[in-house]
Unconditional design. Structure first.
Length: 830
């Protein structure tokens, strides 16, 4: 609990843009933080996704009103579209988590999440709750409320559906449901080991005007949040735009707002405010017994604050710290005690840094920590010692003004030191939520740091313990000095060449490759194949040579495996044992790197899912035009097709006739500006007996398709079938797409994941054959998921069916149906 507390505080007071670097505040930041010591009010904003939150309001509440302000996003935004790469699901959630943390560093809010997984678009809250475990997510909301103890909650969306997305409505339903539950000591009793019941004063819905939907009314409570903060040199609209522009994976670069900005609110629980959001709540020190004296001390510190000499305030801050420390523990006293400690550190301008020059700390190897101290303003400070991971050292070192103190210490990383895994990925996840069993971790936004150093120092006569997370520090020639998380890794990483093996038809054999990376020198052992559950050796798998020896750090070795007697679907876990046979290493590491966020590393099992799929294919060569990025080409290769990825150069010089089919990757027409120039060439290819298959493209505010795609016009809509089990009706049961070379039946639509189709089309010319129809609960039949037209001697297909999701998941029916679409022209047969 204590750790969470400190971490969130650090976050709250980070004014710097660079996520991981040590923070030093300007005098203006410090002055605001001193003023804030006298504000004892808090607001929790609640919605469903990264980007739902009202950053202008959050900036105003945290930097003008100086309230403790939080944003609870139920999900990490794992679903939806990624405009900067091909990451989906968990990976995208990790990226958006970092983007959201960057946003909060700018607008001053604190970030929280629940376990809920953003599984993609949901049309209504009923559907949402069939995937989320409603009771678990409610428990998480209650937990965050009891821990954060907000005076009021503000929801972005209403319970009545005007928010559109089912997750949005669900977030408002859960907020209002949690209102009485959080205060009820008979509910979620297990939480009371750590927290107390908490009665929120009121819940307000922050109504909106999103153009098509205007829920703002004149009788609602109104508040101008468009002010200007001269200490920061920015209006709250400007801070909001900076904050919001961190959502780069969603393309939410935002323009800065200036001038009056009215927000509208209406109470959905508790009384309607008339003059102030926190009306009826005393936000001064009067709410704490014996707090009046503190208020006066803070006022004195603020009025005597010297912007050129913040260090002159340290003595009185230490006095304030002592006064707070002698008061009984309690929410606001504890909060302000920590804030005061942070202010003492910042006013002293103490530089305390602990870093490594390597990104990874390797189990069973050693790592060197570099310590750096500087008492830059010459405050009376003595360094007394530090402790990290069970190691303690003491010293008595008076720090002279602006002198660098450097020392280093090498630590052994035992095999028992856990790898640095995001806590929400430690257990296998469920369909609709992350499986987190440790109550105290719920709500924490970020990956927990691998090492935290406690630094003991005496400042102006008082002993303090400061803490620093150990970071990897390096200098990039272009970006300059960077701090990334230090990551604990196993001594060997195992990467299978493919994580899905499609074994075609009745062939029961397969072979594949692994690459092993030695993270330390002089590691020997052997590689084995295990059953995923029992971790017993699989005797039907063998290696050309299972022995391993790494001579240098970072060395990569390749291994071939072959398996036989594979009867049906099976999961194989590849592992490495060291020579002593003591440690079993089973992990692969995945790294996500983008310029705007620190590198993200997480681990997953080095397992391969082997699926026997009965699929007949026709044709051999496929041209693939890569769009926004998807894993369809890899799946086609598994099916035995030869895939040529067609870039502009390839497309311009190639004769396309050699391709049995050309498949256009997801959102290619949205993301490739030159693709429209090849319309004529592609149509000629179709006319001459080719086969062009276009996967979904979007029609929305970010990216409208401007060019033609097919021989006849059709309209891309925003219709989608989100129910992955929706019954599929065959409108043209005799059509070759449902018959050759694979007979498609209802069984082929079993086991689909997430959804059936997105951005379905409407045939506006009557030239297309509509093959399938399906519907979401309570809606009419949609006939636009698979449109096929004959043109000349060839075929054109537009499909919203989510092959890009189903193929990597190994869904057999998706393979069989795609094989049929590829066989449509049967070109070679004539
Ligand atoms: Zn949303």
């Amino acid at each position: 609990m204590k750790k969470i507390y400190t971490a969130s505080l650090l976050l709250f007071f980070s004014f710097n843009l660079l996520a991981q670097s040590p923070q030093n505040w300007t005098s203006a930041d410090i002055y605001l933080a001193i003023k804030k010591l006298n504000v004892l009010g808090s607001v929790l904003y609640m919605a469903a996704h990264p980007d739902d939150e009202n950053t202008r309001l959050i900036a105003y509440l945290s930097k003008d009103k100086l309230y403790r302000t939080g944003y609870l996003s139920l999900t990490r935004g794992d679903g939806g579209q990624n405009l900067i790469g091909d990451e989906q699901g968990i990976d995208l959630g990790l990226i958006r988590t970092q983007e959201l943390l960057s946003a909060r560093r700018i607008d001053g809010g604190e970030q929280f999440f629940t376990r809920a997984f953003d599984f993609g678009f949901s049309k209504n809250p009923e559907e949402t709750f069939t995937k989320w475990d409603r009771e678990k997510i409610l428990s998480d909301v209650v937990w965050v409320i009891r821990k954060f103890q907000p005076d009021i909650i503000i929801t972005r969306f209403p319970t009545t559906g005007e928010g559109g997305h089912g997750h949005h409505t669900a977030s408002a339903i859960l907020a209002n449901e949690a209102f009485p539950v959080a205060a009820d000591p008979a509910k979620f009793v297990d939480q009371l080991k750590y927290v107390q019941p908490w009665q929120v004063k009121r819940i307000l819905w922050n109504t909106f005007n999103f153009g098509a939907t205007n829920t703002q009314r004149d009788d609602q409570f109104k508040l101008d949040v468009g002010g200007y903060n001269p200490l920061l040199g920015k209006s709250y609209g400007e801070i909001a735009a900076e904050s919001r522009s961190n959502h780069k994976s969603q393309g939410f670069g935002a323009a800065a707002g200036r001038g009056e900005a009215i927000e509208f609110f209406t109470a959905t629980n508790g009384d309607q405010p008339k003059t102030d959001l926190l009306e009826g709540i005393d936000v001064s020190w009067k709410r704490v017994k014996g707090g009046e004296a503190i208020e006066k001390m803070v006022n004195d510190i603020a009025s005597s604050f010297d912007f050129l000499h913040p260090e002159n305030s340290v003595k009185s801050l230490v006095q304030l710290y002592k006064a707070l420390n002698s008061m009984p523990a309690g929410y606001w006293r504890d909060k302000k005690l920590s804030e005061t400690k942070q202010l003492i550190e910042q006013c002293s301008s103490l530089w305390m840094d602990v870093f490594t020059t390597e990104q990874f700390a390797v189990q069973t190897d050693s790592i060197r920590f570099n310590f750096q101290f500087n008492n830059r303003l010459g405050v009376n400070t003595t360094l007394k010692g530090f402790s990290v991971n069970g190691y303690d050292s003491s010293m008595n070192l008076q720090l002279t003004k602006n002198r660098n103190i450097n020392f280093a210490k090498t630590f052994f990383v035992p095999s028992s030191k856990p790898i640095t895994q995001p806590y929400w990925l430690e257990n296998k996840m469920e369909l609709g939520y992350y499986n987190v069993t440790d109550q105290t971790k719920i709500g924490i936004p970020d990956i927990e740091p691998s090492y935290t150093v406690s630094i003991k120092a005496n400042v102006e006569g008082e002993d303090f313990t400061f803490s620093r997370n150990v970071k990897y520090k390096f200098t990039d020639p272009v970006k300059g000095e960077l701090y990334w998380p230090l990551v604990v890794v196993p001594p060997v990483l195992i990467t299978p060449a493919e994580d899905l093996k499609i074994i075609m038809n009745d062939n029961d054999k397969t072979d594949g490759g692994l690459s092993l990376k030695g993270m330390k020198r002089d590691f020997s052992g052997k590689v084995v194949a295990l059953s995923e559950k029992e971790k017993t050796t699989l005797t039907n798998f063998s290696f050309t040579s299972p022995k391993i020896k790494f001579n240098t750090k970072g060395q990569v070795l390749g291994f071939d495996y072959s398996g036989k007697d594979i009867k049906s679907s099976t999961n194989v876990l590849f592992a490495v044992t060291d020579t002593a046979g003591k440690n079993l290493l089973t992990h692969d590491k995945h790294e996500i790197k983008y310029d705007h966020i620190p590198a993200i590393n997480y681990f997953h099992d080095a397992d391969v899912s082997m699926k026997v799929v009965k699929v007949e294919t026709y044709g051999k060569k496929i041209g693939y035009i890569v769009g926004a990025g998807d894993k369809v080409p890899e799946a086609l290769e598994q099916m035995g097709f030869e895939v040529n990825r067609l870039n502009q150069k390839e497309l311009s010089k190639n004769t396309l006739d050699k391709f049995d089919a050309i498949i256009v990757g997801v959102r290619a027409y949205n993301t490739i500006d030159w693709l429209g120039n090849y319309y004529d060439k592609l149509m000629k290819y179709v006319e001459n007996g080719g086969n062009l298959i276009v996967q979904y493209n979007t029609s929305n505010f970010i990216s409208n398709v401007k060019t033609k795609m097919g021989p006849y016009d059709f309209t891309i809509t925003r219709n989608r079938i989100t129910d992955e089990n929706a019954k599929v009706n065959f409108l043209k049961p005799e059509h070759p797409s449902l018959n050759f070379p694979n007979k498609i039946t209802e069984d082929d639509f079993k086991g689909w994941i997430q959804e059936r189709s997105i951005y379905d089309a409407v045939d506006s010319t009557g030239k297309f054959e509509k093959i399938l129809s399906m519907n979401d609960p309570g809606e009419g039949q949609d006939e636009g998921s698979l449109l096929i037209a004959k043109y000349g001697r060839g075929y054109f297909t537009y499909t919203g069916l989510v092959f890009f999701r189903e193929l990597p998941a190994g869904v057999p029916g998706a393979y069989r149906l795609l094989a049929n679409l590829i066989a449509l022209n049967r070109k070679k047969a004539f």
